[in-house]
Structures are given as C-alpha cells and as structure tokens.
Design a protein around this ligand. Structure first.
Ligand code: ATP
Ligand code: MG
Length: 512
C-alpha cells in the first residue's frame, strides 16, 4: 500500500522558500544558487551524493551558517538568522547528522535546553520537565530513563534524543539530516509514525537519507541536489528509483552487487562463550554466551535491533567493550588476552566504530592525519616516521572509495558526513588488517559509493581478509555476507547461511 502522496493538490502555502542560495567555504562555492519551496503538511526529501550540499543547505536554513547570499522567506517574509536560536524562535528545528547534544546533560536536559519549564521562584521545574520528556521519548519508544546522561548512550539512542529535541521544540518546520542512519527497521517504523503525525498536524518536514526505501515510504516530494545545484524536483510517485539514482549520481545505477564465495577452510577466529557484563549492574549482561567462528575470506554479518548488542560484540572482540569480559577468543589458533586494542591491532585486527564523532575521528586533525593515525600507532617507536608515502596511499584510497575532498590537509570535520566515514574506513585498511570488524560501515554512504565499498570488501576477502560487519539494513547484510548471526537482547537468536535466509526470517529472529 502506498503511504505517500497525500495532498497532491497542494493548497497549503510554502512554509519556507529558498531563493538563489549561494554558500562558499574559504572561497570555494558549494551551493550554487538553490531555489526550493518547502511546504506545510508535506515531507520533502532532499537527496544527493555525499558532498552534494544537503547538510550545508539545511545549515543555512537553520541558522548554523550565516554567511550566505540569496533570500530565505518564511511564510512569505524575508528572514535572516544570526544563529540557530534565531531559527528556532522562528519555528525551525534541525536534527543534526553529526548530532548536536550536550554530552554531560541528561536526556530531559537536552530536550528542554534553554526552554526548561519554570516552577516556583523561577527555578527549573524538574518534575514537569521529566514528565514531558518521558511523554516525548515514549512516542519514540526510547526505553532508558530520561535522567540518563546523554554521553552514556550509544549512537542510535542519541539519534532518538536528537529527534525528541525537535519534537520538544514544537517547531513548524523540522529538518532531519539522516536521523535513522544507525537505526534498524523497528526504530524506523516508530520514527515514521511520528513523522506522519507531524505531517498530519501540518508540520513541514525535510528529510535526508541515503536509504532509498525510506524515501519512498515517507516522502511526498523528492528534491535532488547534485554538486551544489538543485537538478530535479518531483512528486515521489512520479519518480522511479532508477531515475532518482540517475539524477543523484549523474549516471545509471551500478549493476547489482554479486556475491561470491571466497571462503577458505581455515578458521581465523574462534569465539566461545563470550560475555560482557554491565560495568555497574552486576546482574546485567550486555552480551551473553556468544560462540561462533569465522573462516579465512569469510564475511560474517551481525544483525539485531537497536540495543541488541551488535556494537558491544564487536567492541568486546576488539578489547574495547564497556563492561567486564569473559569467554575465549582465538585468532589464528592463538588464545588472545582480550582487552588491549593496540595488541589486537598488532595481531591484524581493526575496528571501524559506529560512532564517528566519539570514537572514530579526531576532529582537530586533518584528513591526512586521521588517515595515518592507526598505521602510526603500529609503527614501532624505533622506526623513523616516513611521510610522503602515506600521501600516495591516501590518494589511492581516495580514488578507490571516491572520497571527495579539496585537500588532504583540510580539517576532517569539513568533509561531508559520508566522506568522513570513507576516510575512517581507509584508515583501517592502511594497517593491512587480517580481521576487519566493521560497525555500520555504510552508515551515511550514498548509493554510488556504497557499491564501491561492497566491491572493496569483496576484493579484501579474496586477499584472505576475514570480515565481521554489522548493518541496520538487512538487505545489505543479505547481499554481502556469507553468514548472518542474529542477536536478540545480547544473546544469539540464530545463525543463518546466506543462501538459506530471508529478510522476514531474520527480522523474526531479531524481534522474538
Ligand atoms: N565547514 C566546512 N568547511 C569547508 N568545507 C565544508 C564545510 N562543511 C561542508 N563543506 C564542504 O561542502 C560540501 C558539501 O558538504 P555537505 O556536508 O553539505 O554534503 P552532504 O550532501 O550533506 O553530504 P553527506 O551525504 O556525505 O552528508 C562538501 O564538499 C564539503 O566538504
Ligand atoms: Mg550531510
């Protein structure tokens, strides 16, 4: 059943009109005169490759960027915001791709930051604030207490808090920049219920995502940006997937990725009875009694819902888990002393983390420095540091993964989200790993580059690299992995061979 394209006869006025928007960073123009109308009571999808300018455009609209030219009309009236607070006062809220929460504050504190309900004597009415926060977070099926510190939450749950913050602001225009990049099906369903309620209340929603199925489920209008230009706008129902991809990447979609089995006989990793106990609550385990093995050249997928233990499992293998570990892990026949990432790196293990802001990249450093970091850590301290060589390797990796950047010396935070992700992947490949642990490797990656990453994984495993990867997208796991291990509440709910599994079977196992 179609869920989209209500209100084809679009009678509601434009909430926001953007006219001839230009925006440059240090003299390089990245938005070249954008015209776009955003309507009340509709979901407008903003689509485009990594680096196309989607986040930049939303940052113009939400007062993050102030030095742009052109005009911005809200309800027909010219506006210019000096800050995000100005935009919020005008009823525009943004859910940031790279998350914009105050780590030391609680969930409720973040939701009502700057607009805390006042009680007697002008003090904050915490009871009211917690109750309101609970109501909002319940809509999003967010389980942790609203008094929990945001920094203690994994990235998927922090995304829910970001969404909650936009709801709490009661904005009339909500900009969502990849709100679900760390979410799986159930969380997406929940979010979409909320988005539909917002739309029914007349809120204008702008939605950015690299997952095309999401767009086809939720968007009324699709606007496509390419290299900083608006190249196409259409009703969702009148734009086929193939045309959409063609508009986005400027060429037809790559042929479907073909799986090939490159597994050897040798067992590279053997895990038995791996558990991770909660650091504070003795009776709770984050993952419990997990056993599996991985062969040379195999890709093992890990599926599960938000909070099922996917990330904890990878972190446990890499010795970076948030709790107490027990169990056995053998790498190429050698029993590992689990718990020391740099030791495991020297054994050829690498972990691409899901949370690029907190554990992935070093924001103050350049693209080049972030790229060589892992390889540097592995250079023995007596060895001379060579430069020059990594410049060529970075250039080759940039080519391989189509990383779009102006200059390897630019701060990594000035790359678009998807391009940051590709640099992090390249960083781990630079150590020449034998066992790659990838937590959501295609998070925020556009359709074209995603194909490049699949081909890269394929090549790696033909070279004998074994891979364990998580993904919130089941279709991706089924397309890429040899076997899929499904987690539910920290336990193994099943292991499926690629040729014998279906989406539904896995979903059922994951949700119990
Ligand atoms: N603060 C900044 N300084 C310099 N350049 C920047 C900055 N922010 C963004 N850019 C550049 O602007 C261009 C557009 O980036 P933007 O983040 O808008 O892309 P995007 O469409 O959101 O991509 P993605 O899908 O990867 O999130 C990119 O070339 C990016 O490197
Ligand atoms: Mg972006």
């Amino acid at each position: 059943m179609r869920e989209t394209n209500r209100g084809k006869n679009n009678t509601l006025p434009a909430a926001v009109s953007l006219r001839r928007i230009h925006k440059s960073f240090s003299g390089v123009e990245v938005l070249h005169g954008i015209d776009l109308d955003i309507h009340y009571g509709r979901v407008t999808a903003l689509m485009g490759e990594n680096g196309a300018g989607k986040s930049t455009l939303m940052n113009v609209l939400s007062g993050v960027h102030t030095d742009w030219t052109g005009s911005l009309l809200i309800n027909g009236e010219g506006c210019r915001f000096g800050s995000p607070a100005d935009a919020e006062a005008a009823g525009i809220a943004m859910i940031h791709q790279e998350l914009n929460l105050v780590p030391g504050l609680s969930v409720a504190g973040n939701l009502f930051l700057g607009r805390e309900p006042a009680g007697r004597f002008g003090r904050i009415d915490f009871t009211a604030m917690h109750r309101k926060a609970r109501d909002i977070m319940d809509q999003l099926r967010f389980e942790p207490p609203v008094t929990a510190a945001v920094e203690s939450l994994p990235v998927g749950q922090r995304q829910l808090v970001e969404i909650g913050k936009a709801l709490a602001s009661e904005a009339q225009v909500i900009l969502m920049d990849e709100p679900t990049s760390a979410h799986s099906e159930r969380e997406i369903d929940t979010l979409f219920t909320v988005v539909r309620q917002l739309r029914a209340r007349g809120v204008a929603v702008v939605y950015v995502s690299h997952r095309l199925e999401e767009i086809y489920r939720i968007a009324d209008t699709i606007a496509v940006l390419r290299d900083g230009r608006l190249v196409h706008i259409a009703e969702t129902g009148s734009l086929t997937r193939a045309d959409l991809v063609q508009q986005m990447i400027g060429r037809p979609e790559e042929r479907f990725y073909e799986h090939e089995d490159a597994r050897g006989d040798e067992i590279v990793l053997r895990v038995s009875g791996l558990s991770c106990r909660h650091p504070d609550v003795e009776s709770r385990t984050l993952i419990r009694d997990i056993s599996f093995d991985v062969r040379r050249g195999e890709i093992l997928g890990i599926a599960g819902l938000l909070g099922s233990g996917r990330t904890v499992l990878l972190e446990s293998l890499f010795g970076a888990a948030p709790g107490f570990l027990s169990g056995r892990v053998e790498l190429e026949g050698e029993l590992l002393e689990i718990g020391e990432p740099s030791f495991l790196m020297s054994k050829g293990m690498a972990l691409l983390t899901e949370d690029r802001q907190r554990t992935g990249l070093i924001p103050g450093l350049s693209v080049r420095e972030n790229y060589i970091l892992a390889a540097l850590l592995m250079t023995p301290s007596w060895a001379p540091l060579t430069t020059g060589d990594e410049e060529d390797r970075l250039a080759a990796a940039a080519e391989d993964l189509s990383i779009s950047m102006a200059d390897p010396g630019q701060p990594i935070v000035t790359l678009s989200g998807g391009n940051q992700q590709k640099v992090l992947l390249a960083k781990w490949l630079a150590i020449g790993p034998r066992l790659l642990l990838l937590d959501e490797p295609t998070r925020g990656i556009d359709v074209g580059a995603r194909h490049d990453i699949y081909l890269l994984l394929s090549r790696l495993r033909r070279q004998g690299v074994s891979i364990i990867m998580t993904s919130s997208e089941l279709d991706e796991l089924i397309a890429v992995c040899d076997r899929i291990l499904v987690l539910r509440d920290g336990r193994t709910a099943g292991v499926y061979v690629r040729t014998e599994c279906t989406r539904d079977g896995i979903l059922k196992a994951a949700s119990g």
